[in-house]
Design a protein around this ligand. Structure first.
Ligand SMILES: *[C@@H]1O[C@H](CO)[C@@H](O)[C@H](O)[C@H]1NC(C)=O
Ligand SMILES: *[C@@H]1O[C@H](CO)[C@@H](O)[C@H](O)[C@H]1NC(C)=O
Length: 345
């Protein structure tokens, strides 16, 4: 991937659209099929309910909720998670973003960001529901993580390995990257644990695009490889969103990275052993290829129907368009046998 991109830049002859075509030589498999409503998707969060129904939550329209009988679909849009918006009021033009949903203690918890592009005063709220269905959610307002000039409180991710384990709450974007703290035992409020940085990239370029390159969207997942339990921190790196006339230099657009640790709170390192908070570490899992542009906003889930681990994400298909409402839901299976997640057919 990187060599191809460098070659494209060095040649200096290729327009951005040619460079996209050029990158189709990548060996990544295409996304698995998605049927039904797979469009207008950003920052998806997917859970499987005990009755076998899959629920998909995503950024648009006060958190879009869709359901399907399988990860492949067919997906049906059901409406907004919070039709009236959040009880958190930060500004008139605020938006709800990047939900993260999990099931515990007999109910679903949905964390969501309240933000606006370029705004650092964001907060994360939490809502609960027994079924997860539209119309059944109760908003509990902000989890109350203290604001800081170091980070922006968006892109939440809740992680708890077992019913008696401590929870780990990952968040953050832009400014100094991805942080972790924890929540109270009812999962509704900040625990008081000081946030610590887990992923940051000091070499992101400053550039004129509307959407700068940033490190965000942390998602924690554990997997055991040859008797060792690893905690994988997936995150998105680059510029999330683009217009057709304002594309990033190839390679600076969104892509999915991973780091790992032997503890859920780090320190996380990449496949070359580089620290992901202090050494710009991060190993590429999935970048643009073929009809996939700027994959990111990812999550990871075990699909019991096929007994495989799925990496799901949003992406743009250049043959459809790059507009915000044209982003698609996609997923690929992961193979962890090398100790690092590899996208596989
Ligand atoms: C498809 O889902 C999106 C949200 O992801 C929603 O905005 C749109 O209205 C849905 N389309 C239909 C036809 O239901
Ligand atoms: C850090 O940023 C540089 C410049 O955008 C990019 O080439 C590199 O892939 C990024 N690394 C990570 C781990 O995000």
């Amino acid at each position: 991937m990187w060599d191809l991109r460098k070659t494209a830049i060095v040649l200096g002859l290729l327009s951005v659209s040619k460079a996209l075509t050029f990158r189709q030589t990548s060996s990544y498999p295409p996304p698995e099929p998605c049927t039904g409503n797979c469009t207008f998707i950003h920052d998806p969060s997917v859970v499987r309910r005990s009755d076998g129904t899959w629920l998909r939550f995503s950024t648009v329209g006060n958190i879009a909720v869709a359901t399907a009988p399988a990860l492949t679909g067919p997906w049906t849009y059901r409406g907004a998670l919070l039709p009236q918006g959040s009880t958190i009021k930060l500004r008139d033009d605020q938006e709800l973003w990047a939900p993260d949903v999990f099931f515990s203690n007999g109910q679903f918890y949905a964390y969501y960001s309240v933000s606006k592009s370029g705004f650092q005063g964001s907060e994360v709220g939490v809502a609960t529901s027994v079924t997860g269905d539209v119309g059944t959610w109760t908003d509990h307002g902000s989890v109350g993580v203290p604001k800081s000039t170091d980070y922006n409180i968006i892109d939440p991710n809740f992680f708890r390995e077992c019913d008696t384990c401590d929870n780990v709450w990952t968040f953050g974007s832009a400014w100094q990257g991805v942080y972790q703290t924890s929540l109270s035992s009812d999962f509704l409020k900040w625990s008081g644990e000081a946030p610590h940085q887990v992923a940051y990239n000091s070499s992101h370029p400053a550039h004129p695009q509307d959407y700068p390159s940033i490190t965000e969207g942390g998602f924690l997942f554990w997997w055991e490889v040859s008797g060792t339990k690893y905690y994988y921190l997936f995150f998105s790196s680059g510029a999330c969103c683009n217009a057709a006339n304002d594309l990033e230099a190839p390679g600076d657009e969104y892509k999915i990275m991973v780091c790992r640790a032997t503890s859920p709170t780090g320190p996380f390192v990449d496949a070359n052993g580089k620290n992901c908070a202090s050494g710009n570490g991060g190993t590429l899992v999935l970048g643009s290829h073929g009809n996939v542009y700027a994959p990111g906003g990812q999550g990871v889930i075990v699909d019991p129907a096929v007994n495989r681990v799925a990496l799901y994400f949003h992406y743009a298909n250049p043959s459809i368009g790059y507009a915000f409402n044209q982003f698609l839901f996609g997923f690929n299976y992961l193979d962890f046998s090398s100790g690092w997640p590899v996208v596989t057919a």
